[in-house]
Design a protein around this ligand. Sequence first.
Ligand SMILES: [Zn+2]
Length: 359
Amino acid sequence: MPSELRPPAGRRGFLKGAAGALAVPAAAALVGASAEPAHADDGGLPDYAPIPAAAAGPRVNEAGYHVGQIAGNLHWVTDSFYQAMFLTTRRGVVLVDAPPTIGHNLLRAIDDVTRANGRPNKVTHLVYSHSHADHIGAAGLFGTDVVRISHAATAGLLARAADPNRPLPTVTFQDKYQLKVGGETLRLAYHGPNHSPDNIFVHAPEYATLMLVDVLYPGWVPFKNLAVSQDIPAWIKAQSIAMDYPWQTFVGGHLGRLGVRADGDLQIRYMDDLETSTRSAIASVDPAPFFAKYGAQGNSWAIFKTFLDAVADAAAAPVAAKYTGVLAAADVFTRDNAWTLLESLRIDAGVLGPFGVHP
Ligand SMILES: [Zn+2]
């Protein structure tokens, strides 16, 4: 095992402790109590609204993970930050993603399941949802003789990265790929760029389950800056493409619980509200004070920064208020999400506000 894959004890202990704290006990969340006692000396860190009970997942075990059956031979594992999914087959295990924070607990979770169902515990196939290290950075744990499958674009991105923890795929596809192993089936599909240029949809039709990473966040608002996505209009569209699949269970790759269809509908409403609010804010925030102050100083970037920040603040405020208590961390990331949506509305949709065509 490469030494860089072996977490130092301190980091492992930190992740375990943090994951335990994140898995809010349902009873505590219901009464609005914090999972962690307030610390007098927290360095002045901001306080956020309590996590709604509906956002919390199962409590992780002593080793820092939870493994659960989705249906039949399909399972998922989480550390409450990240998620992976795996199929136990007659020939070996098909694993989708290898998040480094779960790391060696992927092997423990697979052992837990295969000990009980008598199927082989060796990972024979590893599917990459996309190239990002935070989702596949433990791929090196599975040796060299595993079949690694990804979209063709993932191969190029990984070749450029030259990261020993993310070995290159051995099988790539362009549009569709049906993976059949030991009596089990996954259907992989590429619907164009969204979060990343190479992000794929992983469908387990027999188990009515879809895995799509960094697009839908069951119970939570999307990660900062709309999941740091590279193509925002396509990322927004990917939400609807996901809902067009006939799934009942959703694996989003993040946080501590699985999704149901109502979670997808709710995120789409959040994004619709954020777009409405952002369009309204760019039309209503008065740019004059920003041009007056910083224009006089010849500081063009200060005009852009302060005006766009003011629009993002105005856009986010009503949306964060509406979704606090509904989606976890609405007060944490809605402002950053508004900023990114504003920038996409400007440069992708041409909603330029005061920076439009000069009269
Ligand atoms: Zn990603």
